[in-house]
Design a protein around this ligand. Structure first.
Ligand code: SF4
Length: 356
């Protein structure tokens, strides 16, 4: 078969071929092919993971995404903006548990301008210079630029100067505006998401790319998403990893419409096609937060080389009823039982320590 030969020969596949693999290929053969690509890129039988903490600095948000159970509207009694003591405590706990970074994200809060973010970053860096700050996804960056009347470039430059170390790929959902308009009508469009990441890469900040599939997307949309991020990676090389996960419907507005989660089979197919098509991405994450430990183990044979994060705290997916909590020992056991050496890494994928 032509596409299989192409992959085995290390050649790039087309969108049509990716679509064929997603729809028509036999699952185990697809897995083998993705595993072949993964082993070529990472021949050392290592699976990495990061120890970090999600810190959601505010849940107040004007975006009202239909798949989100986390946000509260301005004026809500349950709305919050994190105070310094809570923030300090969360970072101290992260460091005590061997964490190297924090993932700081929040809602699009109309009360917060660039100065708030600069002060937040400076506070963290002054008190915890050793911690890496991975923070503020593309919708937040665009939101700050609008609230403060700055360009995206100016916002990223100022945040970087204040201590921002890298940018997460959140808010990508599916990078096809036809779908975005339906699931997140107020969120940044594809062009803006890509612009934030390209600008960050050009300013020397690494970022990750994500994809949330399994809502109103079709096979073609998934392939289109992969296409636009592969093109951007060709231009900049600034993505460290790709992280696909499936839409979690519980407690969300969209959940009234789409109650079913993507199956495990679908998840593995998307993961494997991502590994094969995204030939310019080094790292592919398995999502145990949405898929659970057992499927995440299988994912390691379907192209993934990274187990994501030992998240000390995760509020956004937890708000949608998904509460997989996994202590360090369990992550290590799962990786070892799947036949790999667990290695803690930092946010920029540099190895920190191996667990023999
Ligand atoms: S996903 Fe983010 S931007 Fe959308 S409503 Fe939730 S907090 Fe706001």
């Amino acid at each position: 078969m032509e596409v299989v030969d192409k992959v085995l020969a290390g050649k790039r596949i087309t969108e049509e071929e990716a679509l064929w693999l997603l729809r028509e290929s036999e699952l185990l053969e697809l897995g083998q092919l993705a595993n072949f690509v993964r082993n070529k890129k990472h021949p050392d039988r290592v699976v990495t993971f990061v120890i970090d903490r999600n810190i959601n600095y505010t849940n107040i948000c004007v975006c009202k995404c239909k798949f989100c159970a986390f946000y509260r509207e301005p004026g809500s009694k349950e709305g919050y903006v994190i105070d310094r003591d809570t923030l300090r405590k969360k970072i101290e706990e992260t460091l005590e548990l061997g964490g190297t970074s924090i993932l700081i994200q929040g809602g699009l809060n109309p009360q917060l301008g660039i100065e708030y973010y600069e002060e937040l970053l400076s506070f963290i860096k002054e008190n915890f210079p050793q911690i890496h700050i991975h923070g503020f996804s593309a919708p937040e960056i665009v939101h700050i630029s609008r609230v403060s009347g700055l360009t995206v470039k100016e916002v990223i430059e100022r945040l970087k100067k204040a201590g921002l170390g890298s940018i997460p790929g959140g808010g990508a959902e599916i990078l096809v505006d036809r779908v975005r308009k339906r699931i997140a009508p107020n969120k940044v469009r594809t062009k803006e998401w890509l612009e934030v990441h390209e600008t960050a890469h050009n300013l020397g900040l690494k970022t990750t790319a994500t994809m949330m599939f399994g809502s109103l997307d079709k096979d073609e949309d998934i392939v289109e998403h992969l296409k636009v991020i592969r093109e951007l990676q060709d231009r900049t090389g600034g993505f460290t990893a790709f992280i696909p996960w499936s839409y979690q419907p519980d407690n969300t507005e969209l959940g009234k419409l789409i109650k079913e989660k993507a199956s495990g089979e679908r998840y593995l197919r998307v993961l494997a096609v991502s590994r094969i098509y995204l030939d310019n991405f080094e790292n592919l994450q398995a999502s145990w937060v949405t898929q659970g430990g057992k499927l995440a183990q299988v994912a390691l044979k379907f192209g993934a080389n990274d187990f994501g994060s030992l998240m000390i705290e995760e509020n956004v997916v937890a708000a949608a009823g998904v509460k997989f909590k996994m202590p360090l020992d369990e992550i290590i056991r799962l990786i070892k039982d799947a036949g790999f050496l667990p290695v803690q890494r930092d946010t920029l994928y540099r190895k920190v320590r191996a667990f023999q």
